[in-house]
Design a protein around this ligand. Structure first.
Ligand SMILES: NC(=O)c1ccc[n+]([C@@H]2O[C@H](COP(=O)([O-])OP(=O)(O)OC[C@H]3O[C@@H](n4cnc5c(N)ncnc54)[C@H](OP(=O)(O)O)[C@@H]3O)[C@@H](O)[C@H]2O)c1
Length: 163
């Protein structure tokens, strides 16, 4: 799973991200390029288009949902099965769950790696990343990065692996 969270765990507000982080957009692109992305319908709508260089799978219960250039799955297991098939097709070594909060919560027990952008801010929000249980997850790397141009805060790129 790839996510950016504030110190307070906030990942979103009003179906958008409550910060401006140009550096993290670049990090997200580098972390996900060439891989299939699984995302909830609300996250897809907040982005508004399939991201180039990746394959997007939107999870929704709406049988009428369709969008150009994306695959649709009716539940998380179907989305992950489709993502694995696409990963094999693309030569990708991972499938990415890219949010939002409902997808992160459902996929947490299935994920084997968390790539977290931990922002040095604590915004007001309405969606949160589930707290990784230290009994299940160990931090394997933490790379501090300075606040760049177009960024609201400095941040750490943290990788956690399932124990
Ligand atoms: N900071 C970050 O890294 C990050 C990343 C991604 C998103 N976000 C933020 O997170 C927020 C959105 O998160 P969210 O939790 O509100 O929404 P979400 O997880 O993006 O989407 C929720 C929708 O996904 C569908 N869904 C979820 N579980 C399903 C299941 N098991 N089977 C079928 N469909 C399922 C449903 O769509 P239907 O209602 O169509 O059935 C549900 O309403 C936004 O603020 C966004 O900006 C932040």
């Amino acid at each position: 799973m790839v996510a950016a969270r504030g110190r307070n765990g906030v990942i979103g507000a009003g179906n958008a991200m409550p910060w401006r982080m140009r550096s993290d957009l670049a990090h997200f692109k580098a972390a996900t390029l060439g891989k299939p992305l699984v995302m909830g319908r609300k996250t897809y709508e907040s982005i508004g288009r399939p991201l180039p260089g990746r394959r997007t799978i939107v999870v929704t219960r709406d049988p009428g949902f369709a969008a150009a250039g994306v695959e649709v799955a009716r539940d998380l297991p179907a989305a992950l099965a489709l993502a694995q098939a696409l990963a094999a097709d693309m030569g990708a070594d991972a499938v990415i769950v890219a949010g939002g909060a409902t997808l992160y919560a459902q996929a947490m027990p299935l994920a084997d790696r968390l790539v977290l952008t931990e922002l040095d801010l604590a915004p007001v929000g309405d969606t949160w990343f589930p707290t990784p249980d230290p009994a299940d997850w160990v931090e394997v790397s933490r790379e501090p990065r300075p606040r760049g141009e177009g960024d609201d805060a400095s941040y750490d790129i943290v990788v956690m692996a399932r124990r």
